[in-house]
Design a protein around this ligand. Structure first.
Ligand SMILES: [Zn+2]
Length: 165
């Protein structure tokens, strides 16, 4: 039951969905809607996890390919804090969860699906939410909710980012 404690350990991409190169580098630019990108900052971008633990599972991905918080610049860390606070506010407003998890995995032994490219997880939690949701392998597949979560979160994230800039 370690998923109760570390839901962000689940991989962004499973073995059946391999693509050329690094999936996070591949999404630094490109079609926002296609990849469920909610916001592009100066140093980070925000997108829905394709294999969410819960509806509203958001990733914050560093624009450059490096693995650790300790290798971030002060500017990158400052923007990370700003965007994590936007994510928390957006999840609270959009989903009214009972709680929120935020975390990251440094290195593959900590459970990172893509350990070489730094990304933070944040997701809403509800009392009892681990009891009824099915799992498939190591990922929870809820494709029908991705579009709904994106449409709900996008205007909220855009407004919160604008309000704080
Ligand atoms: Zn990368």
């Amino acid at each position: 039951m370690d998923r109760l404690c570390t839901p962000w350990r689940f991989a962004y991409v499973t073995g059946e969905n391999k693509e050329e190169g690094c999936v996070f580098c591949n999404r630094v630019t490109g079609d926002e809607k296609k990849h469920f990108v909610l916001h592009r900052g100066e140093h980070w971008y925000m997108l829905l996890n394709l294999y969410p633990y819960n509806s509203g599972h958001i990733l914050l991905v560093l624009n450059r390919h490096q693995p650790l918080l300790g290798q971030c610049t002060p500017e990158e860390l400052a923007e990370m804090g700003q965007l994590l606070s936007v994510m928390e506010a957006a999840l609270t407003e959009s989903f009214h969860p009972d709680g929120i998890n935020c975390g990251y995995n440094g290195g593959s032994s900590a459970g990172a699906g893509i350990p070489e490219h730094l990304h933070m997880h944040m997701l809403p939690r509800w009392t009892g939410d681990t009891n009824f949701m099915s799992t498939i392998g190591e990922t929870r597949v809820m494709p029908q909710t991705l579009d709904q979560a994106y449409e709900r979160l996008l205007p909220v994230v855009q407004r919160l980012v604008a309000d704080r800039s």
